[in-house]
Design a protein around this ligand. Structure first.
Ligand SMILES: NC(=O)C1=CN([C@@H]2O[C@H](COP(=O)(O)OP(=O)(O)OC[C@H]3O[C@@H](n4cnc5c(N)ncnc54)[C@H](O)[C@@H]3O)[C@@H](O)[C@H]2O)C=CC1
Ligand SMILES: O=C1[C@@H](O)[C@H](O)[C@@H](O)[C@H](O)[C@H]1O
Length: 342
């Protein structure tokens, strides 16, 4: 890495689709202490569009070529999940800090290979893009839970609603692509581990793509006795909603409620609703990327680690099994390696 505290971090962004292009714009326009020096994107039109957002960035179609050209000090990975492992491995080998969009990888076996490779590299280089941990409302709720001000946490009720999903979104993706966020943020909020996952099917939404059976209700048991339910619903049409209600001994707290402009007009009262994660979690992504840049410049990470990513991959495997199983599926984790214990 050729950066010091006074020089900017040169960031290579791998994958310039929805999230990659959004991160390129953020790193160029919002983040301080960093700039986009390289864009790795095999699709020429997407590469050119991203390059217009980051003048001066060099274009590559393979991550190996960007590494060989020493075009970056740190890397953001925003390829589809199935390409995370083949991109992570050479970047780890080059010893560069990484912000890897969720999931770390798509199954526990490949996530385990990544944690092994990171331990071989000798220091924590990977931060996984579970951005909810950076959302101010989630942080407030976590502080409230930890403070005990409303008494002990008893239950969490979550909703995770998408207006629709793209072609190619499959039944296991309800878990691997969407509930994956809850598998990270719930243990982080509650200070506890998931011990089992169960899936219940609601009445099917006739507006869902023909191959999907949803909405589903995902039930999680935590090792501190807290029970969690999440409505995962990807065909709601009207907007994007991610909300949680926390039930305590002496109170109830809610995050993720509609906010912003209130409008009374034509005998109606209205509040705008989000239609995409890009706006709902904009502030979270901004903070996530800034914290990652700041940490990378000091040789550290500032958020969910590769081990967190591995734990989520184990929960996802249980969740996918639960899609076809009656009753709870256990989530069994190996002991945390010393390397990740602190
Ligand atoms: N944190 C969050 O809220 C969200 C995270 N994501 C995650 O972000 C990642 C990207 O998702 P999207 O932007 O929706 O995907 P996308 O399909 O819009 O873009 C992915 C891009 O990666 C490129 N690509 C594929 N293989 C590549 C390789 N080997 N090297 C370089 N580029 C490659 C593709 O050509 C494409 O342009 C995924 O891991 C996804 O799960 C997606 C949506 C929201
Ligand atoms: O990560 C995300 C998408 O990939 C996923 O498809 C959505 O369900 C999530 O809400 C979003 O945050």
């Amino acid at each position: 890495m050729s950066t010091s505290n006074t020089t900017e971090l040169r960031v290579g962004v791998v994958g310039a689709g929805i999230m990659g292009a959004d991160h390129v714009a953020r790193l160029t326009g919002t983040t301080t202490g960093a700039h986009v020096s390289a864009i790795v994107e095999p699709d020429a039109a997407r590469a050119a569009a991203a390059a217009r957002l980051a003048p001066g960035a060099k274009l590559f179609s393979r991550v190996e070529d960007a590494l060989a050209a020493d075009a970056a000090d740190a890397v953001v990975i925003a390829t589809p999940g199935r390409f995370h492992e083949p991109v992570l491995l050479p970047v780890l080998e080059a010893g560069l800090p990484i912000l890897c969009e969720k999931p770390l990888t798509q199954d526990p076996e490949s996530s385990w290979r990544i944690v092994e490779a990171e331990q071989k590299a000798g220091r924590k280089l990977i931060q996984v893009g579970f951005m909810r941990r950076f959302d101010p409302q989630y942080r407030q709720l976590r502080d409230l839970i930890a403070s005990g001000r409303a008494g002990e946490l008893l239950m969490l009720h979550g909703v995770h609603r998408n207006p629709s999903v793209p072609d190619g979104y499959t039944q296991p993706m309800l878990i691997n692509d969407s509930v994956v966020h809850e598998f990270d943020v719930v243990p982080w909020l509650a200070g506890a581990s998931i011990t089992s996952v169960e899936v219940k099917y609601a009445k099917r939404n006739a507006l869902s793509p023909a191959h999907l059976r949803e909405p589903i209700l995902v039930l999680m048991e935590l090792d501190n006795g807290v029970l969690v339910d999440v409505e995962m619903n990807v065909s709601v049409q009207f907007g994007y909603q991610v909300a949680t209600e926390a039930v305590f001994q002496r109170g109830v707290a809610r995050i993720g409620q509609p906010e912003g402009l209130q409008l009374w007009q034509d005998a109606r009262f209205a509040l705008n609703e989000h239609t995409s994660y890009v706006t709902r979690f904009k502030q979270a992504y901004d903070i996530e990327v800034q914290d990652w840049v700041d940490a990378a410049r000091r040789g550290a990470i500032a958020g969910p680690s590769a081990w967190d990513g591995f734990k989520v991959a184990v929960a996802c495997a249980a969740g996918v099994k639960a899609l076809d199983t009656a009753g709870p599926v256990p989530v069994e984790l190996p002991e945390t390696p010393e390397f990740y214990a602190v």
